[in-house]
Design a protein around this ligand. Sequence first.
Ligand code: 5RP
Length: 217
Amino acid sequence: MAVDPYKQQVAHAAAEQVPEGITLGVGSGSTVNAFIDALAARRVRIRAAVAASEASAQRLLARGFEVIDLNQADEIPLYVDGADEIDAKRHLIKGGGAALTREKIIAAASRRFLCIADDSKLVDRLGRFPLPIEVIPMARSFVARQLVKRGGRPAWRENVVTDNGNLILDVSGLRIDDAVAWEKDLNNIPGIVTVGLFALRPADEVLLVGAKGLREL
Ligand code: 5RP
């Protein structure tokens, strides 16, 4: 499949920022796929990568990078990942690819989180993109009812099982004015493994690409 030229552009710009010899955190999704390809094309020599999904790990391995488990890594100097929505505070919605739990863990373990995306992902307020939430299978209906009480419309992403063996609910209709407060509240519902809001640990930098070229948020 042809790679979107915007994704290629932002992926190459991000690959330029990767210092040689580091342990690199690598997210998941089509923009990250372009980033992995850019790393390989530019022959960036990293010590190893920690991958947020099995798919990213396989792609990294296929391009000759060493992939290690997070337990084998110390602090990660740089984590590069995409997003489904981004606001001006660099708060994100992630999880469109169902890899949100590992993405959030690696983001938390990283000194710098560089988010890469095309500028269609930039929004005034998060929540137009249905919020992905990873749930323990037995808690799916219970969690869904808690989300309805908060004004959400949860939809079970059928036929999807995460790399951790869990399910995804995609929640529409939430008014996410205060992303930090929402993330804290939803984190407290038993049965939720990970909320796809990245506000408590936002991106440190966002590299956006669009018709006018690259810009940093
Ligand atoms: C996966 C993610 C991705 O970063 C997000 O879905 C963006 O993907 P893409 O780069 O394909 O638009 O959070 O869980």
